[in-house]
Every structure is written in C-alpha cells, then in structure tokens.
Design a protein around this ligand. Sequence first.
Ligand code: KIV
Ligand code: ZN
Length: 501
Amino acid sequence: MDKVRIFDTTLRDGEQTPGVTVTPEQKLQIAIKLDELGVDAIEAGFPIVSQGEMKAISDIVKQGLKAEICGLARATETDIDAAIKCNLNYVHTFIATSDIHLQYKLKMTRDQVLDRAIKAVEYAKKHGLRVEFSAEDATRSERPFLIQVFKAVTDAGADRIDIPDTVGYATPQYIADLVTEVKAATRLPISMHCHDDFGLAVANSIAGINAGAACAHVTINGLGERAGNASLEEFVMALQCLYNRGHNIKTTSLYEISRFVSNTMGIVVQPNKAIIGENAFGHESGIHTHGILNNPLTYEPISPELVGRKRWLQAGKHAGAHGIRAMLEEFGIKPTEEQLHAIVEKQKNMADKGRSITTAELLSVAGEVMNSSQFEERFKLYDFHIVTGMNIIPTAVVRLNAEGKDLIASEIGVGPVDAALKAIQKIASDVSNIKIREYKLDSITGGSDALAEVIVKVEDKNGNIVSARKANEDIVVASVEAVMDAINKVLLKKVLFTKPD
Ligand code: KIV
Ligand code: ZN
C-alpha cells in the first residue's frame, strides 16, 4: 500500500490558534524542523493576510526544503496572486460549499460558488501552480452539490481534492461514506482536513485514509482553529502502530518538535495528551509500576523511544514499594526492606496532603529515613545578595561551596529571581555541567506576605532531570532553595529512568 502523505499545516491552521502569532524567523525555524521530521508538504501560511506572512512564506520557499511548500488562498485572483508573489508553485485554494456558509458568510448562490471555484483553479493552473482544492465545510455541505463542485474543479485542472471537516462535525462512519463517494466521482488524490471540535479529528482522518484518501492535513500538537486540527503525532503513530500503514515521518523526532513548537508558539501541551503529553510515558500507581518494571509492554502500548521519549516513574500516594525502590535505584540508593517501607509510607503521607511529590522530595525522605552520608549536599549555599529596584538592572551575587570549592558568581537578569538563578547556574554549569531547565511559580495564595511555591527542573549533562519544590514568603529565597535542592539531588543520579521535564 502507498505511504500516507503528511501535509502539515502547523504554520497555517496551527498559527490560527487563538492568540498565536509567530515571526517570519520563527516560522522558518519550524519549517526547517518539519522538513527534517519528514513531512511531505508544509502549508507555510496564508499569503494575503500580511506583509510579514508573505515574507515568512517567501523565506521558507527560498530555503529549498525537501517538502513541498504550499500557501493558502481563497478562491480569488488576489489571493492566488499573493501566493505567486511568494514564489510558491503550490497553492491550497478554498471556497465554502455548505448552505450555512453560502447564506451567512459568502452571501452567494451555489452557481456563483461553483463558478468561483472553477475560475480559481483555472487561474492558478494558468500560472503554473499545483492546486489543492478544498470545499470548506464539506461535511455539512449537501452531498450532490459537493460532488458537483469536486467534479468541476477536477475538470478545471485541480491536482488534489481536500475534504475539510471544518467544524469537526463528522463521525468516522460519515467520513468513510463521504470519501467513498468522492473517490468514485474524481480520479484525484484526496486529502482529509479534520478539526477536533468533538475530539474526533484523528479518528476521522484515519477513517478517511481507510476509505481511500491519500493524505491528511495535520498539525504539531494538534494546534489549529478552536479545538485544533488532527494532531500529527497521534495520527502518524496510530497509522503506523494500529493500521500498519507507512509514512515518511521520523517518529523519534516527534517529541522534540512538539516541544519546540509548544515553546515557540506559546501553547502548553496538556499533560495527558497522547504521545507527546508529559504523562504519556509516566507511571505512578504501584500496580502499573510493578508491571512496567517486569515488562514495559504491560502498560505501554509503544516504547517511549519510538517517539523520542523516556519513561519515568512518579512518587505519590498510589506508588508502591517496587516503583519507589526503582526510583531510588536510579540514584544508586539501596534502602533495606524496612527503610523502603518507611520511605513509601512517609511519601504517601505527604501525598495525602494533596500534592504531588517531586523527585527531590522523595530523595529527601529517603535521606531522612536512611541517614546515610550518600545524601550529603555537594553544593552548599553560603549566602546571596540581590540589588533591585526601579531604573536599576537587577543584579545578584551568590556565594557557595560547590564540590568542596568556595565560589562566587554575579549575574544580572530581567528580575531578581532571574539574576539569582543565573548566578547559581553559572557555577553549576562550570563545575558540574548542570543547567536549569524549567522554572514555575506554582502558587501564591493570600496577601503580599503569602507563600510562593516554586518548582524547578534541572538537567545534568546526561539528560537526567530532577524536579524540586520549595515554598517561602520570599520568591527569591524559594527559587534559590529549589534550585539548590534540585542540583544536589541530580548530582546523586546514576542513569535509568528519567522524567523528561
Ligand atoms: O478548516 C477548514 O475548512 C480550513 C480550510 C481553509 C481548508 O482550514
Ligand atoms: Zn482548518
């Protein structure tokens, strides 16, 4: 069977996610990563929307990527001309075909829509473009009219037909039936463009492929208008693992590109998102962890490495002795049975107070129970000073003992926390190759003297990551203490399971 074509629209529909805009430089970086990932086509943007968008698309075209580069255009000469100005040779042109859109948006008759669709395809073909034609809101369009439009644009020279489920209203059964009928009406390759308003975008895309569509429009992290589009990661992995279909995606890069797009576009991935969510390969409950430690197949449908990830275990009230022992062993810590049970109970009591247990907290519990020199801190903070205020660049001076050496570092930052953490990081990276990877001010409750809770993650040179949490009325103190704790705990780390971030 032919490989399924992956048409990525992160830079077009994905950028239409409410609140998201990226610069031309950022678009180019994402396009390069998508190309390395192996997508077959990149919808780089919607040229007519702005000068910046045209520049971004032109820059991507100039890059000479392997993927085909496409731009969106309404079915008008002006929009198609804008695509041509970007030096695109592939355009995705669309016009709505549903009565709702005709009546309330386009204010056009069906004959006018049909005529516009034909003229747009002819115009683009006359200018030497490859043309993918979308009948917007196809799944809510009256079937005979939709088929009439698809036949007409096929005769007008379109190269591909796209079926958008614009408001995510279709079911897999409906899509299968629709694709079968469209396939009988046109010889052109069919794409699916499914939105996730009912959480069915991936299921609908797959139903389309199984019914004979050749391609799916997808986005990294499922970004896109409203609830988003079909997620590239979920679609590709389901195709490969559940339907045994081929594609050109380098799946081991999926997690990395997901993180990159999330950071660049500023949209956090929900922790329980399939494949790329923080928790997709995390295990806490004792039963699951026990199974995973015996054989990961018990509770993992695919191996995390297949999508560029690592499995990780979580302490907490559901965790059992097997999991906690494995987590401690990652750090070379081997409690006796009695100590292990005391550690398990202590951390369960902490979790019963209603909060998650960071790795650093688990290790502190183990340190208290085992009272072993193994836990001795290798980074000790003597003191720190901060200068901050209006019209002053926040500056921090930190004095600490790192691996037996007394050291001082000073740094400036955008604020006092930034300056202090930069100063600590300077020493930690020089001495032990440790970086601060994430910082989160988790909660501040009450008035101006309220407790600030800070969670940080630090990473050593082997990619081992440890999270730590500290609370204090002073945000800078909470931040510095959390980072120092995480550094001391990651220094215990050997290798094995690693929490990814
Ligand atoms: O969802 C949609 O209908 C679209 C069109 C532009 C194809 O994004
Ligand atoms: Zn869309």
